[in-house]
Write a protein that binds this ligand. Structure first.
Ligand SMILES: Nc1nc2c(ncn2[C@@H]2O[C@H](COP(=O)(O)OP(=O)(O)OP(=O)(O)O)[C@@H](O)[C@H]2O)c(=O)[nH]1
Ligand SMILES: [Mg+2]
Length: 352
C-alpha cells in the first residue's frame, strides 16, 4: 500500500516553573536578616525538530507522551533554582504540526534542523528577596512558578517527491510507478487517465529508498490550458530529478524526439526551476518498440547528453538499471544539499 502519509497524535506538557523561595538571612551578629529567597528555575520546553536522518513518524507511534521536567525551586541565600533541560522530539523533514483543537498548521518543518517550540516551559516564580522594597523590608511571600503549556498535537508527514515523472498522456508513467512501488494508480489506454498526482515509495534492495511522483500527462500548449493545463507541475518543483518518459511504441502519436522537445518547452514555460533540473530519459514500452523510434531518441539523447534508459514495465526489461540509477542520483542530490547547508553560514556576512 502506498502509505505515503504518516500521521500520529502526541501529548506534550512543558515543565512548570520552579517556585520562588521564602527565606531570611541568618547571620551571627545580624539581628534581623533580610529576605533571601531565590527565584525558581524555568520549566523545560518541548521542542520539535526536523531531522533528515529520519524517514517516518513511526517512533512517535510507540511513545505518545512527552512530559518535560519542572524548573527547580529557588532556595535560600538568593539561589536561583536550576532550569530544566528541554525535550527534543525528532521528526522527519516534511512534517506538518497541528494542534488537535485549533484549526490550521502550526508549522511546516520543511528543512533539516528547523525547530518549533511546541510547549513553552513556565517561568520560575520570584523568591521573596525580589519583593523587598524600602517600605517592605521583610516580605513573607514568593511566587509559584508559571505552569508549562500542555496540549495535544497532530503530526503529519508529507512526503516530498524525489523523482517526478513527466511525459505525454499514455507514455506509461502510471504503469511504471505501479511496477516499481506499491502505488496503484489507474492505468488505461486513453489519454489523461491520471488526473491528480500519485506518490509511490520505491525501496530497491540494499539501496536508499526514494519517492516518485506520477503526475498527469502534458501536451503541447499546456501552458495555455491545453489538456489538463500545467498547474500540477508545482507538485514536482522540489524533486531532485525529472524522469522524462517517451513512448517508442507508436501508441503516443508523433515523433518521439519532437514529443520530447514539446514537453521540455512546456516545462521551460512553466518555470526555470523545472527546466534547470537534472533530467533522465526513459524510452517506454520497448517490448512493443518501433526500432527507428528507439534509435532516433537514443541518438538525440547521446548528442544532448541525457542519460537514456530503454525500459518495459510489461516485461521488466531495464527497470532495475533505471531504479538503481534513480536511487544513486537522489542520494547524490541529498548529499549535495546537506553540503550546501554546511557551508552556507561562512558565506553570510556578519555585521556588528
Ligand atoms: N506494451 C506495453 N504497454 C505499456 C507499457 N507500459 C504502459 N503500457 C500501456 O500504455 C497505456 C498507458 O499507460 P499509463 O501508465 O496509463 O500511461 P500514463 O503515462 O500514466 O498516461 P496518463 O495518465 O493518461 O498521462 C496503458 O494501456 C498501458 O497498459 C509497457 O511497458 N509495454
Ligand atoms: Mg497516468
Amino acid at each position: 500500500m502506498s502509505n505515503f502519509i504518516d500521521r500520529v497524535k502526541i501529548n506534550i506538557r512543558a515543565g512548570h516553573g520552579g517556585k520562588g523561595c521564602i527565606a531570611f538571612r541568618r547571620e551571627a551578629y545580624v539581628p534581623r536578616g533580610g529576605p533571601s529567597g531565590g527565584d525558581g528555575g524555568k520549566g523545560a520546553d518541548v521542542i520539535i525538530r526536523a531531522d533528515s536522518q529520519l524517514g517516518t513518524l513511526i517512533d512517535l507511534r510507540y511513545q505518545q507522551n512527552y512530559f518535560a521536567k519542572d524548573g527547580l525551586p529557588g532556595s535560600g541565600k538568593e539561589q536561583t533554582g536550576a532550569d530544566s533541560e528541554d525535550i527534543i522530539i525528532r521528526v522527519p523533514v516534511g512534517t506538518l504540526v497541528y494542534d488537535t483543537v485549533t484549526p490550521g498548521v502550526l508549522v511546516d518543518l520543511d528543512e533539516d534542523g528547523k525547530e518549533f517550540i511546541a510547549g513553552k516551559g513556565g517561568r520560575g516564580g520570584k523568591g521573596n528577596a525580589f519583593f523587598k522594597t524600602a517600605t517592605k523590608q521583610t516580605p513573607r511571600y514568593a511566587q509559584p512558578g508559571e505552569p508549562g503549556e500542555e496540549r495535544q498535537l497532530f503530526l503529519e508527514l508529507k512526503l516530498l517527491a524525489d523523482v517526478g515523472l513527466v511525459g505525454f498522456p499514455n507514455a506509461g508513467k502510471s504503469t511504471l510507478i505501479s511496477t516499481i512501488s506499491a502505488a496503484k494508480p489507474k492505468i488505461a489506454d486513453y489519454p489523461f487517465t491520471t488526473l491528480t498526482p500519485v506518490l509511490g515509495v520505491v525501496k530497491p534492495e540494499g539501496r536508499k529508498g526514494f519517492v516518485v511522483a506520477d503526475i498527469p500527462g502534458l501536451i503541447e500548449n499546456a501552458h495555455k490550458g491545453a489538456g489538463l493545463g500545467f498547474e500540477f507541475l508545482r507538485h514536482i518543483e522540489r524533486t531532485t530529478i525529472l524522469l522524462h518518459m517517451v513512448d517508442v511504441s507508436g501508441m503516443v502519436p508523433g515523433d518521439p524526439v519532437e514529443n520530447f522537445e514539446k514537453i521540455n518547452n512546456e516545462l521551460a514555460l512553466y518555470s526555470d526551476k523545472l527546466s534547470g533540473k537534472y533530467m533522465a530519459v526513459a524510452a517506454t514500452k520497448i517490448d512493443a518498440a518501433i526500432p527507428e523510434h528507439v534509435e532516433k531518441l537514443e541518438r538525440y539523447c547521446r548528442e544532448h547528453e541525457f542519460k537514456f534508459f530503454p525500459v518495459s514495465s510489461a516485461t521488466g526489461k531495464g527497470i532495475d538499471t533505471l531504479v538503481n540509477f534513480l536511487s544513486e542520483k537522489v542520494e547524490e542530490g541529498r548529499k549535495e544539499r546537506a553540503k550546501a547547508v554546511d557551508v552556507a553560514p561562512q558565506d553570510v556576512e556578519v555585521k556588528d
